[in-house]
Design a protein around this ligand. Sequence first.
Ligand code: N01
Length: 557
Amino acid sequence: MSDQQAQGKGSNQGYTTDQGATFDALVVGAGFAGLYMLHRLRAMGMRVRVYEAGDNVGGTWYWNRYPGARCDAESLAYSYSFSPELEQEWQWSERYASQPEILRYVEHVADRFDLRRDIRFERRVNHAHYDSQNQRWNLSTEQGDTATAPICIMATGCLSVPQLPDIDGLDDFQGARYQASHWPHEGVDFSGLRVGVIGTGSSAIQAIPEIAKQAAQLTVLQRTPNFSVPAQNGPLDPEFAQAFKANYRDHRRYHQRGLSSGFGDLEVVPRERAPMAESALPLSKQEIAEICDTYWNTGGARFMGAIADAFINEEANAKVAAYVHDKIHSIVQDGQTAAALCPTDHPIGTKRICVDTNYYATYNRDNVRLVNLRQTPIEQITATGVQTSQEHIELDALVLATGFDAMTGALLRMDIQGVDGVRLADQWQAGPVSYLGLMVSGFPNLFTVTGPGSPSVLSNMMVSIEQHVDFICDCLEHMRDGQKTTVEPAAAAQAQWVEHVNEVANATLFPKGGSWYLGANVEGKPQVFMPYAAGVGVYREVCEDVVADDYRGFQFG
Ligand code: N01
């Protein structure tokens, strides 16, 4: 462990703020994307500066430390593939890695590849302006750094701007208030406390069973129920992991291309033993249950891959949803609570399916109560608890797990200006537009890793991050070889891509989800389906085809 890690810090010690420093590339964010970007750019001989708001590496896994935080992609697939040595030497302990283990992994990567020296921590970039005359991006941070480089890469994450609820009196609460996405590093002991949780998305669904084990009383304040499937997490069998690693290249190829999500989590049950149906329509309830049981019992988000037309046909989707409703009723003893936990307002899978450990069973505990806010809405938060239309709930601690301003939030929170001072916020007023989710017309040499318009949040993020970073580096090498200094998408290519992304989304049930994929959770945000829903395999082929066709749609200057 390095000194910095021992202090729980990155490596700012001894560094002053940058004042007009010049680099070959600037990267914003030191999560999985920013770190790999730095590693690759450095290998190309570039001088790079990374700015990171946190005091250490890790991005989403640095911030989201709530109890029970765990990845919903399997650890052997949710890891870097760029270094075979790293792949072999790192030992995952569980099928789905916990947040502390993933953070240890990211820190290990930062140290192993000596990445920290080019990162400045506790630096939040607030401006990124393009100087057309000098063909440079000028960045500044809230902490007073200024730096310039011809290339700027946004590795700011898709879920990095928390969304706090607009509830009257939120600041009046006198008890302890916690935010899932900004959890205290030292952890929280809820023993003996009356705890309230607002939100029932992935974060809350992971945290609730853990908080329930400690709290004297846990009240879950649910506005909209979500579908959740069991992770069936457990220790990773070392022999299984070793055998898997012996074929890592094949598995990686499969993750990258074989499945639309890039999750590739067919490790635990061999692919040939995983039943699938093309359509739910001709199947009886019993037949659906037989197929779904295999996925439910082996666990994980791959549940949504069991029946192929569940994402495109409402009737088929309803049959899969009914299976999960039955499961909820079979687990949760109180019928009224079970009914309230059954989502009925969106097709299953159109909001990101949650992956849990004992979520539904937690409602059988004596110290856990579900309050259905659809029936008894919150009127206000008071000094001592939550006032609903029916009762005052006394609380010692309040946990907010109310989601994120997804995909565009982190980019639009900065003042990004392209050619002629055009603001990205203005360009994206009606929703994000981009070419391949990688670049925006009018913003030369500005790249967005896993930006809107790419598979990003619908995929295993590691697969999508590595693909984008590799694409960007290949593009920069292409520019270097051709002695080009700028690249940006042609407006027509961008418009076509945006149309295609919408067409693909509209052929699915996704737009019916009312989800953060659409921006529906943020008041006033334009509702546009942001990720590219055709899958990572198709998307990779599109990108390869674009490159093979001399970077079709990109303009080099
Ligand atoms: O956020 P969410 P999340 N009053 O937006 C509720 C990833 N992730 O942080 O639907 C009452 O899903 C809101 O209710 P409603 C994953 O991609 C991954 O949980 O607006 N409630 C909803 O229940 C995930 O999809 C992992 O009615 C209010 C909740 O807050 C994404 O992050 C783990 C409210 C927000 O749910 C986001 O998940 C965790 C209000 N005023 C997260 N405002 C894994 O890898 C909001 N809510 C496993």
